[in-house]
Design a protein around this ligand. Sequence first.
Ligand code: ADP
Ligand code: MG
Length: 705
Amino acid sequence: MSIDFAQTPVEDLYGESCFNDATMKARLPKNIYKALKVVQAGEAELTLEIAEVVASAMKDWAIEKGATHYTHWFQPLTGLTAEKHDSFISPSDDGTVIMEFSGKELIQGEPDASSFPNGGIRATFEARGYTAWDINSPAFLKQDASGLTLCIPTGFISYTGEALDKKVPLLRSMEALNKQAMRVLKALGNTTSKRVTSLVGPEQEYFLVDKELFMQRPDLKLTGRACFGTMSAKGQEMDDHYFGAIKERVADFMRELNYELWRLGISAKTQHNEVAPNQFEIAPIYSTSNVASDSNQLVMEMLKKVADRHDLVCLIHEKPFAGVNGNGKHNNWSMGTDDGINLLSPGENPQENAQFMVMLSAIIKAVDVYAPLLKMSASSVSNDHRLGANEAPPAIISIFLGTQLKEVMDCLAAGKPVPSMGGEKIELGASHLPKLPKDNTDRNRTSPFAFTGNRFEFRMVGSSQSLAGPNVVINTGVADILGEFADRLEKASDVNAEIQKIVVDTYKAHDRIVFNGNGYSDEWVVEAEKRGLPNLKNTVVSVPELISDASVALFGKHGVFTKEELESRYEVYLEEYCMRLNIEAGVTTEMAERLIFPAVSAYASELATSVADQKALGLKVPAQEAQVKALSEGMEGLLGAVKELKAANAKALAIEEDALKAASSFLNDVIPAMAKVREFGDGLEKISDKLTWPFPSYEDLLFTM
Ligand code: ADP
Ligand code: MG
């Protein structure tokens, strides 16, 4: 499958490694293709007969392209993807083989999956887990040195049906949203739409660093972030990187990345330099949540793979470098119908307006009521460096509506006439709602949940996270409130009056979540507290929200998570938190003791020898003497801090009985101890010989390209 990118038109290679709708249409018998579409639309069950035909067509297609293996591709709770390859071969008695792939093999797999984190949901004696085909996410071909593998996107469940992955709950939440949103649409008089789907367009941020430099940094290798390093003389203060001209080496990387993604049928669209030096962004065009989530996993994988070919390393950690911006993954979210209506578009006529106002109200209420869960969904040890750290959106959830829309809502709630928008006439249509401004031009980069004209942008999501988690919460939360509204609308004798009432009641009760101001300001923290908005500052206080009564009730009601599934995730996430900090503490210790200390000590003794030599000659060398003293004090401080870090880490590790207690100890004891080691390490970097410093500096990492 090697391709001369320059010679191949994009239209020819787009989707060539993807068993997409066009390929299916071309390769499946008409009746099977039609039947499959019905199954994909959720209107019929998949039969083995259909699966047999699809499997056979998929296999032929894959083998023609050169594939030898297939795999059920799934997303365990590690947040990464997993695959176990099986070849298509089926040996015959005569010593030859034929290539086979059955319907059953397509629908279901049984990887030995006992080693994936499951939070105690399965004892190892019943370690069987099943993977099940997600028929709405296209299969694709993946190339690596082992050859070409047909990858079938799947969900991963236990023997007893519990979700063991990120995808199954996402599919369940999409179903919940479909059900409740359809009830509302029907109650509003929509007779044409058959399905509502959640849509996501993620903006993925990342850093690129030179591979040779990266390889000299144990911290980057093992944790994805620099555990040491003083800020370079220049950072991002000149704003000269953001949207700046893309350097040749990066442009070359981006070109290849785009082609690779296009081949997979991933619609890479936007790319640009981000705020921090050597930081970039890529955004595909939005798609259904499950496909967007799968694609994003592939985007992250491709970023790393293509970077490697260019002797670069792609860092997707949320905060690789303290001192400059971190990486986010902005989750642009909306709902659309099968007949092409964007339910978050204010629209042109009163009917669309009413629909928009109801959807908007549901989102406002859902975000207010389920704010702790939303925050939880974006929490991780690495994202803690961003959220609330005065750079990314704060840890406090609020909604930005833009000036005009907020004014409309404020007036409606207060029973005041709504002022005319930009000279446009206000129409009181069937629904008695005002005509809405057509585009929402103002932007707010400090809001965690911002309306941007026809979608909401959830900006808290971490760059390395799976999109599934946050979208499970958004979908289910919104489904829940839409369900409430549907109950009211279905019962109402006057639907228009009820719409009006829903919009006004909801806004009055939940307008505390709406905030158009500067989310990074200290005043907002005070104001938010006055409003009673939660401020869950870190992962350790966020994860318990998963097993709160509200969470168990919400997810249980909509069939997204059982209590056991939530409890298992709670365990897994806390464990992950501890393990990652344990690794960071280990790297910090190692670098301090075995890289920084030896280098500084060599430099200091060289200086000391020179001081002694010069003194013996009767010369005065106060500057060198002072420097030796400073280095020696720094080293003493460093080793002292390492000792404390080791003790703190050992203490946290020893807490085995309670995951939350252990995580709290990592948060309260290990993180500060690590910061102290870094302070001494960075202090020593500032007064040491640059030429013999044992690993590349910020300047090297951020300004080499
Ligand atoms: P920004 O100006 O916010 O940086 P980008 O162009 O970088 O915007 O990314 C916006 C993302 O939002 C893209 O992935 C885009 O496809 C997606 N998007 C656009 N409309 C919708 C929608 N209705 N629902 C979900 N995502 C959308
Ligand atoms: Mg963008």
